[in-house]
Structure formats: C-alpha cells, structure tokens
Design a binder for this molecule. Structure first.
Ligand code: ATP
Ligand code: LTN
Length: 333
C-alpha cells in the first residue's frame, strides 16, 4: 500500500454470470482507478449466501470471478484482490454494527424489498442484514471511496450513517466513505425493458448481455433491443430510454463520447446502429473471455492471488476490528 494514496473499496458477488452492466458500472471502471488509489476489490461470497446457491456452483463462480477481474485488467500486483470469507473480521464487525443499525432502516432498503418480492419463500435474516455486512466490508479498510453502480447508492449511504453513528457514540474510529458514480454508465438498462436495470438475475436473458456471450448471441440480442418509432439516434434518457442506453453502451465500448457517437450515426438507421453497438461490445469482450479462460486453467496462480490477498486484507481488517473491540469495551488479553 502506498503512503498518501486514498483507499478505494468495491466488490461484486459471485452469483450468476456477470453482465455488461457489471463491467461498465464496476469492474471496467475499477481498472481506470487502480493507479490513483490503494484498492481493495473483494469477491462477496458471504453476500451471495443471502439468496440460495448451489455449493459447487458458488465455488466455481468464485474462481471464475477472480479470473474475470484479472482478465478485465485489474492488476493483483497493484490491488488487493481477495475472497470475503477468507477474512473473518467481516463477519465479526458485521455483528458489532448490527447493534448500531435499526430494523426499520433495513426494512426500507429498496434492494431488500425487491429481493424479498423475488424470493418470497426465503426472506432470511441475511437478506435483511446485507447492507450491514456491506458497511462492515467498507469500514474495515478505512475506505475513502466506493465506486459502485447507482443501485448500490442506498447501501453506501447507510454505511456512512452507521460509521457516523459509531464515531459519535465513541470517538472517531471509521473513515466516513463516499460513493463514486460514473457520469455515463452508472446504470445500464435491460435491452428489452430499457427503464429497468440490466441485472444478472433477470428472468429474460434476451435483454441482458452476459460477459461470456459469444459474438452471434451478442449481435442477436442487440438486434432485438427495444428502441422507439422516432428513428433518430439521440441521447435523451427521459424520452428515448432504449436508444440512450445503446448510446451509453456504445460510448463505453468504443471509447467515443456520447456526442461523437451521436454524430457518427446521424441520419443512419436503427438497424445499422444496433449492429455497430453489438460489434463494438463483442470485439471488446472476445479478448477478455480468452484471457479469463487462460487464467482459469492456472488454478495455482489464482489460489496464490487469493492467499496473498487474504493476508494483505486480513492485516488491515484485523487492526480495525481490534480498535473497535477496544472502544466498545471487549476485554482483551
Ligand atoms: P443482481 O442482479 O443479482 O442483483 P448485481 O449485478 O446487481 O446482481 P453485483 O454482482 O454484486 O450485483 O454487482 C456488482 C457491481 O456491478 C455493483 O457495483 C453494481 O452497482 C454494479 N452493477 C450491477 N448492475 C449494473 C448495471 N446494470 N449498470 C451499472 N452498474 C451495475
Ligand atoms: N452489494 C454489492 C457488492 C458489495 C460491495 C461491498 C460493493 C459487497 N460489499 C462493499 C461495494 C463495497 C453489490 O454490488 N451487489
């Protein structure tokens, strides 16, 4: 960790296959930030448990997500990459913070309400406690900045509240973190319902581009993307949600600004535009997919990254936890 650099923290869950929404809103953005900050990027397998998982799948997806981080360009030499369950301080701090969090606040969380509706047969305590575990993740590392998609904003806000509440009850202990959100790409929408977030657990896979989709699938999905009858390629999220979403995706994957993309396609048809978006996405994903497959064949290397990550993360986390235990009055020997 370099002296003087601010701390950046983020994570993704090893559930389902990640989407271009996760790439744009999270991992791809982390890559751009990794030189400027001391970064911790976790694989949130404890959060994954809040929805039923098949054990073998969870295990497989864990390594697959680590390989994906690295294949996307997150550098394990520069950043601490680790598995949440390898650092026991997460669960321990979560327990402490539970006592500074109100049931009413958790019941009001949008994601809790959405996931409770979706998994009505399994509204478990973990699902409700999800934001407190996330606060523990963040606060253990004295994180200054949390780059996430807009769907996670409410969780970052509650982490700030919990940090301030604890600091006020004792003495300054936690850094109060700040969420950072992309101007373009903090919420990529579903291709078939462009008013809704593109989600890796969506019911209809045709509205979602998964990071392991092949070129034909990607082009086919973009061809079917919902647009409008106005036939003009303009960025206007209020009135032209579908086209604006496609422009955002094109802008990120082609490296051009939204304005440049608009002029490139001025006067051209939706068919041609959708094909160009599909090609830009497929061309960018192909080398990432190949690199992920190459890394997955080298399990010893991936295990080594996790081992070193757990040690580096554990050292920082244990220090924070010891400080918390001291302040709350846990007897120490
Ligand atoms: P689920 O669909 O199961 O709720 P998720 O994709 O939201 O999953 P994670 O894998 O934990 O959940 O998300 C990792 C990161 O990707 C988070 O920072 C989240 O905000 C971001 N993210 C997820 N979907 C999008 C999206 N459609 N647009 C932008 N960012 C996104
Ligand atoms: N809940 C997040 C994943 C996550 C996270 C974190 C993000 C777990 N712990 C700490 C930022 C900071 C999600 O994207 N679903």
């Amino acid at each position: 960790m370099e002296e003087g650099k601010k701390v950046l923290y983020s994570a993704a869950q090893p559930t389902n296959t990640l989407t271009i929404g996760n790439y744009i809103g999270a991992i791809g953005n982390w890559v751009k930030l990794q030189d400027e900050y001391n970064c911790f990027f976790a694989i949130a397998n404890m959060h994954a448990l809040t929805v039923r998982q098949v054990p073998a799948e969870l295990r497989r997806r864990t390594l697959s997500l680590l390989a994906l981080y690295i294949a996307c360009g997150v550098d394990p030499e520069k950043c601490v990459l680790y598995l949440q369950s390898h650092v026991s301080a997460h669960a321990e701090l979560c327990w402490v913070l539970n006592n500074y969090t109100y049931v009413g606040e958790m019941e009001r969380m949008t994601q809790f309400k959405d996931k409770s509706a979706k998994h009505a047969d399994n509204i478990n305590m973990g699902l409700m406690d999800y934001p407190v575990l996330m606060a523990a993740d963040i606060l253990l590392y004295n994180s200054d900045y949390i780059p996430v998609g807009l769907d996670q904003r409410q969780h970052v806000e509650i982490a700030r509240d919990i940090a301030q509440r604890f600091n006020n009850a004792y003495s300054p202990t936690f850094t109060v973190p700040e969420g950072i959100y992309l101007k373009v790409g903090a919420k990529i929408n579903d291709l078939l319902d462009p008013t809704k977030k593109m989600s890796k657990s969506a019911e209809n896979p045709n509205g979602v581009i998964f990071l392991d989709d092949d070129k034909d699938t990607i082009i086919r999905k973009f061809k079917r993307a919902v647009t409008d009858s106005d036939a003009s390629i303009k960025y206007d999220p209020e009135n032209k949600a579908g086209v604006s979403n496609l422009l955002t995706i094109y802008s990120v994957f082609s490296g051009k600004s939204i304005k440049e993309a608009e002029s490139e396609f001025a006067g051209r048809g939706y068919g041609e535009f959708k094909l160009a978006v599909g090609e830009a996405v497929a061309d960018k994903l192909a080398p990432i997919q190949a690199e992920q497959a190459r890394l997955l064949a080298d399990k010893a290397y991936l295990d080594g990254v996790l081992k070193s990550g757990a040690e580096r993360a554990g050292r920082v986390a244990d220090k924070t936890l010891a400080k918390v235990y001291r302040k709350i009055g846990f007897y120490q020997i």
